[in-house]
Design a protein around this ligand. Sequence first.
Ligand SMILES: [Zn+2]
Length: 342
Amino acid sequence: MNRLLPTSTAGSLPKPSWLAQPETLWSPWKLEGEELIEGKQDALRVVLHDQQNSGIDIVSDGEQTRQHFVTTFIENLSGVDFEKRETVRIRDRYDASVPTVVGAVSRQRPVFVEDAKFLRAQTDQPIKWALPGPMTMIDTLYDDHYKSREKLAWEFAKILNQEAKELEAAGVDIIQFDEPAFNVFFDEVNDWGIAALEKAAEGLKCETAVHICYGYGIKANTDWKDSLGAEWRQYESVFPKLQKSTIDMISLECQHSRVPMDLIELLRGKKVMVGAIDVATDTIETPEDVADILRKALQFVDADKLYPCTNCGMAPLSRSVARGKLTALSAGANIVRQELSA
Ligand SMILES: [Zn+2]
């Protein structure tokens, strides 16, 4: 990117109500067969248009073709039985009924590659594609086969690497791995989580990113955040090792978070996607709210490495709120761009 402070979103954007129930995670599709395929592509075009209209520089598919950022990927793998369910604790936070790993996992077919080609054909702008990270994937499953979180994560990393290489060949500029689990299992992150992430990104020539947030704006997450005290120092445990990793960019939650901004200093040298839009509220930030966060971040990240972004995905928000937030992000980045060039 030649432009200073290129804007993007962390991942998902709301789906149109004719495609899926709005403001709901895991919302079932309202279409089927050929109509569903066309509907997903139409929705992808709409969210691309919304991003372009708002002045977003690095665009994405807004995850219009997937029901959920982790589940949809796993559904396309063998070795996981979605009928056989067990209740497990997700990210040490809430119980959920999850599928069971019953045998060796492998990718049966490309998962998002056709969708990425479709997006690529619609725009010349840089595009970013999100995949779940290996540690976050294992955290949403019951493992009755490998019986080792590390082993299963490693197998997923190899599968993700196959998918990532095909996404790169389809013309994706930035491949992002979503690892909210990095904010919870610090010892595992340092023992093998970052190594698994690097395995997933191995050999890629496009840019690579990892998104580490405090989760979607759902109740289980906001309750958890309320319990974290006045200062959120979770990032402190994983940044030093991430700084030494092969991953190019780190995506963080900064707007309305209680993360001390100076923790970003621990990433010095990396590109940082600074979350300047809160996805857990319907209140639309003003451009000045966004600019404020970016100015604070600029104390700890060089201007040419600062990428204004959202805290997390916006799937659970209404479309009008999400559009308002995209526009605010873009306008806020513009204010700081002008300050920097003055
Ligand atoms: Zn997130």
